[in-house]
Design a binder for this molecule. Structure first.
Ligand code: 13P
Ligand code: SF4
Length: 304
């Protein structure tokens, strides 16, 4: 089967099986083409909860599929590629954070959405890269323990100077490996380009950017901007998708190191196999995990 035939089969099967396909913006172009909803991690889980289909297929990483299950417990949620974890979400677990919470008993624990469902059960409020600053500002408590990403946490702390934010040493190894030399080189090659970066990048890189935002934030900014050239400091797919969306503009990857192997492990064949019942994994969470993790996500919706 060629790509078009495979895509047509997928479209037929998703109708037949009443499955809504979600694809994170870091997925490949041919996967976005067959998705019902695309976007950042937060938007996808909200879209999934609103969809009327009985089943959801996530093309993304495990914590995103778990978030969908927490928000839509009555739907069957599948992850197209079972090995697709998130290196950041896998860095901290419930046992570790339970111990750390004992050291900071009066702190509000703010968890980036890139955390496991199990860890979310002991956190107070969730944030996404697009909502973190607003939510932290809206928390009454001055003392915040922000997990797991110290780079996003650092960005939030700068925007929320009235808060006392304690960070741990976690983060995204993909975004964190871009450095100021990479930015200088990209600017030399494309002197008229604006630099747009994700807040998972290190503070020195964030400080050199013209715009800092989530994957959706970066895409919206670039689409609306009057500028023509952009250096994109997040997973390499975003530059590619933007090039399709805005053929009259020019998009350059900040660094070729910005490839997430977790996100890129899902193929169109995985999507087909999952729909055909020959692959993928159904996300199973027990009722207590769903109930407790949901509190932290509901708090995000309330404060966001
Ligand atoms: P978004 O919340 O911007 O979709 O980011 C998710 C992610 O994994 C970034 O690396
Ligand atoms: Fe996780 Fe980083 Fe990949 Fe995002 S880019 S899914 S944070 S490993």
């Amino acid at each position: 089967m060629n790509i078009i035939e495979l895509q047509n089969k997928i479209v037929e099967l998703k109708k037949e099986k009443d499955i809504c396909i979600l694809a994170h913006s870091y997925q490949a172009h041919e996967i976005l083409e067959i998705a019902d909803f695309t976007g950042d991690s937060y938007k996808l889980s909200v879209d999934a909860a609103k969809a009327t289909n009985k089943n959801i297929l996530m093309c993304g990483v495990r914590f995103m599929a778990e978030t969908c299950k927490i928000l839509s417990p009555d739907k069957r949620v599948f992850l197209a590629q079972p090995t697709a974890g998130c290196s950041m979400a896998d860095q901290m677990d419930r046992q570790l954070i339970s111990q750390i919470k004992k050291m900071y008993p009066n702190y509000t624990v703010v968890a980036y959405i890139n955390t496991t469902a199990d860890l979310k059960t002991i956190c107070d409020v969730c944030v996404t890269s697009s909502s973190a600053v607003k939510i932290v500002n809206n928390i009454k408590n001055k003392d915040i323990l922000f997990i797991p990403d110290c780079n996003l946490g650092n960005f939030v702390a700068k925007q929320c100077p009235d808060k006392n934010i304690k960070l741990l040493n976690g983060g995204c190894p993909i975004h964190a490996c871009v450095n100021t030399d990479d930015v200088k080189k990209a600017k030399e090659l494309h002197p008229n380009a604006e630099v747009l970066v994700h807040p998972e990048c290190v503070p020195e890189v964030v400080a050199m950017a013209d715009y800092v935002g989530s994957t959706s934030g970066i895409m919206n900014y670039a689409v609306k901007s009057d500028k023509k050239d952009f250096i994109i400091g997040t997973e390499i797919s975003i530059a590619e998708h933007l090039q399709y969306m805005c053929p009259d503009k020019n998009f350059y990857a900040l660094s070729l190191k910005l490839i997430c192997p977790n996100m890129k492990s899902t193929t169109l064949a995985d999507v087909y196999n999952c729909l055909a019942g020959k692959g993928g994994e159904e996300i199973m969470l027990d009722d207590a995990t769903i109930k407790d993790a949901r509190k932290c996500i509901d708090e995000m919706i309330k404060l966001g």
